[in-house]
Design a binder for this molecule. Structure first.
Ligand SMILES: Nc1ncnc2c1ncn2[C@@H]1O[C@H](COP(=O)(O)OP(=O)(O)OP(=O)(O)O)[C@@H](O)[C@H]1O
Length: 285
């Protein structure tokens, strides 16, 4: 069954209902600024949904809420139909295994004192999988490294992050996410620290993993050319609200909301032909 068919079927893998989130304003504990305002969206299995919007519009906050790194003021987050706040802590932990995150900065997100093998195996330890079987963990690490084309794995498993290139580090971060066989990956600007050709490589790798394993992605980016290349659908976030959503081609080629049009115009200044067969950086900041 093709990914297109998979993604259009059944209940969403992730559903957000009326999510609100506010933070204390700097130095004014009684004053709150509302960062997310009634956000509603969904992602189907094996679907790639891009989240675009200017700086400070709330994209990373939304990712952090989904991953349970922050808590929403109100609203619900449903993973495979189950509200993450209505299950026991144990069930939530079990569900979290199937949603993983890849961060923007591979220099920051990988523990510097650990080897690649230890970094990639860490989620197994956290989730108590093959806890007492180092050999099995090693096999799974090798498989995960092969998935992200870090081969032969013997070249990489004993290295430390500072001994890897930026592109290799981001592949290690992806292998770490993949080792638990996730159904959803939240990728928060995973390509922004990489140069243009490495960005394309990483996106094409994530696409292949989607085809192979039916992984859904929420892909947060400022790079509209990559969003065009990778995403099935786009959500446009402006000042904490989703102001437009639709098929990626349609949103990029025929934006309807004035904010989306402004984003596209800003992006066009960097790249006159958005449908170029060789996309280069197109920044929505
Ligand atoms: N822990 C926090 N405490 C207070 N304010 C916060 C906190 N986290 C985020 N914010 C504020 O929430 C707003 C949205 O931040 P967020 O990081 O979600 O934006 P973003 O769209 O991901 O931006 P960028 O594209 O620049 O990464 C910003 O104004 C930010 O200052």
């Amino acid at each position: 069954m093709s990914v297109d068919v998979i993604s259009s079927q059944g209940e969403p893998i992730l559903q957000l209902k009326e999510i609100r989130k506010s933070f204390d304003r700097h130095g004014a504990r009684l004053e709150r600024s509302m960062v997310l305002k009634d956000v509603e969206c969904f992602i189907h299995r094996a679907e790639v949904v891009g989240l675009i919007g200017g700086s400070g519009t709330g994209k990373s906050t939304l990712a952090r809420l989904i991953m349970g790194l922050e808590r929403q003021d109100c609203g619900s987050i449903l993973f495979e139909g189950r509200d993450l706040e209505q299950v026991t802590a144990r069930e939530r932990q079990a569900m979290r295994r199937f949603m993983q995150m890849v961060f923007q900065d591979p220099y920051d997100s990988l523990a510097q004192g650990l080897t690649v093998e230890e970094i990639v195996a860490e989620p197994l330890i956290i989730h108590r999988i093959h806890r007492y079987d180092r050999k099995k963990r090693r096999e799974l690490v090798e498989d995960a490294l092969a998935e992200v084309a870090l081969a032969p794995s013997s070249l990489f498993i004993n290295r430390y992050p500072h001994e890897l290139s930026g592109g290799q580090r981001q592949r290690v971060a992806l292998a770490r996410a993949l080792i638990l066989r996730p159904r959803l990956i939240i990728a928060d600007e995973p390509t922004s620290m990489l140069d243009v050709s490495l960005r394309l490589e990483l996106i094409d790798l994530m696409k292949r993993l989607r085809e192979r394993h039916g992984i859904a992605y929420l892909y947060i980016t400022h790079d509209l050319a990559l969003a065009h290349r990778f995403c099935d659908r786009l959500l446009v976030l402006s000042e904490g609200r989703i102001v437009e959503q639709g098929l990626a081609n349609e949103v990029i080629e025929r934006p309807r909301h004035p904010y989306t049009r402004a984003l596209m115009q800003a992006a066009m200044r960097f790249m006159p032909a958005i449908q170029s067969s060789n996309p280069v950086e197109l920044t929505a900041k």
